[in-house]
Design a protein around this ligand. Structure first.
Ligand code: GPP
Ligand code: MG
Length: 289
């Protein structure tokens, strides 16, 4: 955990505010078994949650294999979430270039490269994540196809129109959406596709519930209301083409995670937020027009 408060990981060209530096500190120090042990299953390290029906029989496995089976099942659900996001990116091939905004340890980027054969740039404000993801690409022999960079998604430095696709997989809650979508609209070529999966608070519930506020405190993030996504997309030439409410599909993942040895303590808060109606897990796909 020596990276915390280490000024060498605070590149001022990338980290524009004390808030962004505190977020980088969190991710530079993060070593949660729920992320590392799942990633060890097949070398695809995710930083998002899972979707789909759970095989709860894993909880009844013999004690000596139970933990490994629960880990495999949680990882399968997180991989299913990535596949669902990539299903909405449209038709892509080797001539295309896509950007993973807030790439974490690189899991979604590596899956996209293998699925589409396209060029992928993953960006993060955490040097530890960039280094980790770069090593995974090297181990897979795809360093020429998938590159990870220490860059800020609000000002990437990539040329205008460079990308056919961009996604945020659970990373929009760390930035102001107006600034984010302005940069995405600049980077996407006309006809390009944007996809995000996010947790947002439900305008129909009101303002953020206690559970939503606790999630913000846990991750040092700022969960946006659902309405702001559509308002800021409309303001930045991003026209929604698909919206999927994944709330019901993610609850089984959280129930299994709550019963696993890898629980981090935030599980009951997510379950309260989702089941109480104050919080929604949403996929939004949009065309850059
Ligand atoms: C997933 O990362 C969580 C986030 C990126 C932030 C908050 C997301 C929301 C939808 C509110 P992770 O996989 O590192 O989290 P954990 O360690 O809890 O699995
Ligand atoms: Mg995780």
């Amino acid at each position: 955990m020596t990276a915390v408060h280490d000024s060498s990981v605070h590149d001022p060209a990338v980290l524009a505010s004390p808030y962004q530096r505190s977020v980088a500190d969190y991710w530079n120090a993060e070593r949660n078994p729920v992320n590392l042990r799942l990633g060890e299953v097949d070398g695809i390290y995710h930083h998002h949650y899972g979707v789909g029906d759970v095989d709860r029989s894993v909880l009844q496995s013999p004690p000596e294999v139970r933990e490994a089976q629960v880990i495999r099942e949680l990882h399968r659900l997180e991989c299913a979430q990535t596949d669902l996001l990539l299903d909405h990116l449209g038709v892509l091939g080797p001539a295309d270039r896509v950007m993973d905004a807030g790439c974490g340890r690189g899991g979604s980027s590596l899956v996209a490269a293998s699925r589409f054969g396209c060029q992928v740039d993953g960006i993060s404000i955490s040097q530890a994540q960039v280094d980790f993801a770069t090593e995974q690409a090297r181990l897979r022999g795809v360093s020429d196809q998938v590159r990870f960079h220490l860059r800020n998604m609000l000002g990437t430095g990539f040329p205008a129109g460079a990308f056919q696709g961009i996604w945020n997989n659970e990373s929009t809650m760390y930035v102001e959406l107006g600034a984010l979508f302005a940069e995405h609209a600049r980077l996407l070529r006309r006809g390009g596709r944007y996809v995000c999966i996010t947790g947002c608070y439900n305008d129909a519930y009101g303002l953020p519930s206690r559970a939503v506020s606790q999630i913000n405190a846990h991750y040092i993030c700022d969960i946006h209301p659902r309405s702001t996504y559509f308002k800021e997309m409309a303001a930045h030439r991003l026209v929604p083409v698909g919206v999927v409410d994944l709330t019901a599909a993610t609850i089984p993942y959280w129930r299994l995670r709550a019963e696993s040895s890898l629980a981090t303590g935030i599980e009951s808060t997510f379950l309260d937020a989702y089941t109480g109606g104050s919080f929604q897990y949403l996929l939004i796909a949009a065309d850059r027009v």
